[in-house]
Design a protein around this ligand. Structure first.
Ligand code: GLY
Ligand code: MN
Length: 462
């Protein structure tokens, strides 16, 4: 955990922003595989971690500024638990680690809230994403399941987002740690991949590296020769010379901060000319967009600029045609990149997606687009110092999407479908770095950038 004052100060800042009412924080519970004592690895809710730092199941907390209350509700373990799990700290001692002085058994939470509801007080809670917490909220506050998201407190969401979006120095250091582990995972994969290997051998090794540093993967590893499928978790293919292998993975440190990087490498150690050409378009987009990232610039503009760089490259190769700016505005490039340029990252790899993309990545000034491709951009708002986000352009040839667009002759003014056919088995290329917005610009997180130029990639592979 961070120093106890870190958590206290975050709660004080929250109070200043949110004002009156009762703020309710629900931690996560164990998720059984088939019976309660055989559970999946526990992962605390990230907002609970942010304000309390305690990675234990069965906890809730309340801040009640009008009554000057800051309480953790949780039960001490009993002897049955100790027999199986070993000695465990008391809740009151755990609470000291985040400077909370008052603790009560979990059952008292219902009484506390009932009393507040009776007085007509506002109970602020965040949108639940786990079914057990939905059941609990239904029991505690009588909220219908269908109304849970809409009844969540928008003021609470906005205050949490405002705090968590801007990373503190201690958080940046922790994300850098995640990047260091990610660096080791990615470079080991680049050195390991050889024709004849099965994808899972490399994915398993990457996961093993994260575990050996007390970390875990920050999301299920994507490692595939079919990179045109954006979130491909299948690891059963044999790799052969000439394939492209896309590796999208990161680490979650023991303090729960994430990294998220992607590289695409040629199996056999050398890019073909055709691969090199597409690769350099994506490389141009990632390097070009990082240069634009600084406070005051909207990420929507960075996204659109990256797409223009991609589209210009595709035009040079004869895959696109016409006015590039116009093509991107209309969304023609989305045949090749049907996703957003990046997303916030922190305690969650897609930071705070539980609080709603529109609340995290957008604001009154910048609203999400409804155009296919750009609509999937998770972050459009103006960049601020302390934001940590990923930058991940890609070019993909998705045969099913090509067939649909081609049949409709969609954006025929901007897309050369005859040329696209020559690439239908190409696969996909994505490159992803983690970026910190500084006072004056931006920088790539991690001590060293994971090899990325054609030369660097080929060198490390050989
Ligand atoms: N790296 C996976 C994702 O950003 O969706
Ligand atoms: Mn990502």
């Amino acid at each position: 955990m961070f120093k106890p004052e870190v958590y206290k100060s975050r709660r004080e800042n929250l109070k200043k922003m949110l004002g009156q009412g009762v703020y309710l924080f629900l931690g996560n519970n164990e998720t059984p595989m088939n019976y309660p004592a055989n559970a999946y690895h526990f992962r605390q809710d990230s907002t609970f971690l942010y304000f309390y730092g305690l990675n234990l199941p069965g906890m809730a907390a309340v801040i009640d500024p009008e009554n000057d209350k800051d309480i953790i509700f949780a039960n001490d373990v009993d002897i049955d638990d100790i027999i199986w799990m070993g000695p465990q700290p008391y809740v009151k001692d755990l609470a000291q680690k985040c400077l909370v002085n008052e603790t009560h058994p979990f059952a008292k939470l219902a009484d506390y809230l009932a009393e507040a509801v009776k007085k007509g007080r506002k109970i602020h809670f965040l949108p639940p994403y786990k079914h057990d917490n939905m059941i609990l909220l239904n029991e505690l506050l009588g909220i219908k399941f269908a109304d849970m998201k809409s009844s969540a407190s928008l003021d609470f969401i906005k205050a949490v987002v405002k705090l968590r979006n801007v990373k503190e120095q201690v958080e940046i250091e922790e994300i850098e740690r995640a990047c260091e582990i990610g660096y080791l995972m990615h470079t080991a994969a680049m050195k390991m991949v050889k024709p004849g290997m099965v994808e899972r051998e490399i994915a398993g090794m990457m996961e093993g590296i994260s575990l050996s540093y007390g970390a875990v993967p920050s999301f299920p590893i994507i490692l595939t020769k079919n990179g045109q499928t954006l979130h491909n978790h299948e690891h059963g293919n044999v790799l052969k010379t000439g394939d492209l292998m896309l590796q999208d993975a990161g680490a979650q440190t023991p303090m729960f901060y994430a990294s998220d990087n992607t590289r695409t490498v040629p199996v056999g150690g050398r890019f073909s000319q055709k691969q090199k050409e597409i690769y350099n378009c994506v490389l141009g987009a990632i390097n070009g967009s990082i240069k634009l990232m600084k406070p005051g610039v909207t990420y929507l503009d960075v996204h659109l600029s990256a797409c223009e760089i991609l589209a210009n490259g595709l035009k040079d190769l004869g895959l696109m045609k016409g006015n590039v700016k116009e093509a991107v505005q209309l969304g023609a490039h989305a045949l090749f990149m049907p996703h957003g340029l990046g997303h916030m990252m922190g305690l969650d790899v897609h930071d705070m997606e539980d609080l709603g993309q529109i609340n995290v990545g957008y604001d009154e000034k910048i609203q999400p687009s409804s155009i296919f491709g750009t609509a999937f951009l998770r972050l459009g708002r103006e960049l601020e110092p302390g934001f940590v986000l990923t930058n991940e352009p890609g070019i993909y040839f998705i045969p099913e999407l090509i067939d649909i667009w081609k049949k409709e002759n969609k954006f025929a003014e901007y897309i050369n479908y005859a040329k696209v056919e020559e690439y239908r088995d190409f696969g996909g290329i994505r490159l992803e770095d983690d970026i910190l917005i500084t006072e004056t610009g931006s920088r790539i997180l991690g001590e060293k950038r994971i090899p990325i130029s054609v030369e660097e990639v080929e060198n490390i592979m050989n």
